[in-house]
Write a protein that binds this ligand. Structure first.
Ligand SMILES: NCCC[C@H](NC(=O)CCC(=O)O)C(=O)O
Ligand SMILES: NC(=O)OP(=O)(O)O
Length: 322
């Protein structure tokens, strides 16, 4: 069963990037793949980009699309086995997943973490419940721990801008030096998940880049995300000679789900960015995470990232359909 749950489901990343470049040029070249099949997209949380780009990609592949805001319009789901359901949950994941599979050939799911209980969030009960009980391929549209569609779009974007500097598909500029990519934490008033930085690091650890992570103390990410990487707590030092700066807030992982600081000195500014390209997954809070001058300036890649979300979804769906 070909799920797309994390970027680890990509076995040959250079091949995916190459096929992504072709799909960006000719988005309907695989329109036969999904003919006669249906995908059901289930949203437990808000979305703009994921919802629209996944629908667009599905249609480009010839799929029929059904979308449901299951968080607000569906029944409250039970995930525990063997319980007496006389409380707040009306339907068990076993029936819900099996029923969706009666109407669809593929399922896409967005289900954010509660950010209250780390062990529960790490279980990925929604995504794994659908993977276990539906019997059909499942697409992760941002779960508790991973956002593999965003990360693939980000990898495609860096790859694309290295092509622009003359080294097609290598992500290596002509001088032979690999690009320096910096993930920089930013302040935010709310507690946000770890899915975006986790998947960003999981995929960029496999790219031919120099990867640097910077954040305040207390915001260390999991060893699953970081691997051998060590964070630097000095943002200015981290940003020196950067080629791509990826800005994102996340809440504490060790003091789980807490906002430890909103220190505005971590906000990205045009001055700090220097000559680097700016990246963010969006949605972004202006003048909290990043100042207007960066978002409205010429070094931003946010629209290219958003465009590549359709390419990423096409790659993931074609993997699932094969
Ligand atoms: N899908 C992209 C990011 C989604 C989510 N951001 C948010 O919820 C921001 C909401 C706000 O700014 O209030 C996150 O960080 O994982
Ligand atoms: N970047 C992203 O996933 O955006 P949405 O939350 O709007 O889908």
């Amino acid at each position: 069963m070909n799920h797309y749950f994390t970027t680890d489901d990509i076995t040959d990343l250079p091949d995916w990037l190459e096929r992504g470049r072709a799909l960006a040029q000719d988005p309907i070249s695989l329109s036969h793949l999904g003919a006669g099949k249906t995908i059901c997209l289930l949203f437990f949380n808000n979305s703009l980009r994921t919802r629209l780009s996944t629908q667009k990609a599905a249609r480009n592949l010839g799929l029929e699309v059904m979308v449901m805001n299951v968080g607000s319009d569906g029944w409250n789901l039970e995930f525990e086995d063997g319980v007496r359901m006389d409380g707040g949950t009306a339907e068990h994941i076993r029936e819900a997943a099996g029923v969706v599979a009666q109407y669809a050939d593929l399922i896409g799911i967005r289900a954010f973490p509660g950010l209250k209980d780390r062990e529960i969030d790490l279980q990925e009960r929604v995504l794994k419940g659908f993977m276990e009980h539906s019997g059909i391929p499942v697409l992760n549209m941002e779960s508790a721990t991973a956002h593999p569609l965003q990360a693939l779009a980000d990898a495609l974007t860096v790859d694309q801008f290295q092509i622009a500097s003359g080294q097609a598909g290598q992500a290596i500029p002509s001088g032979g030096k690999v690009p320096k990519v910096v993930l920089s934490w930013a302040p935010h008033p709310r507690a946000l998940p770890h899915a975006v930085p986790n998947s960003f690091l999981r995929i960029f650890r496999r790219m031919p880049v120099e990867l640097v992570v910077t954040h305040p103390k207390g915001y260390e990410l999991s060893s699953w995300a970081m691997g051998e990487l060590k964070p630097t707590y000095d943002q200015q030092a981290a940003l020196k000679d950067a080629d791509f700066v990826y800005v994102k807030n996340w809440s504490s992982y060790s003091d789980y789900g807490k906002v430890l600081t909103e220190d505005p000195s971590w906000m990205m500014t045009a001055d700090k960015l220097g000559h680097a390209r700016f990246m963010h997954c969006l949605p972004v809070r202006r003048n909290v995470v990043v100042e207007d001058a960066v978002l409205d300036g010429s070094q931003t890649l946010i629209m290219e990232q958003a465009a590549n979300r359709t390419v990423a979804a096409s790659l993931a769906l074609s993997h699932m359909l094969r």
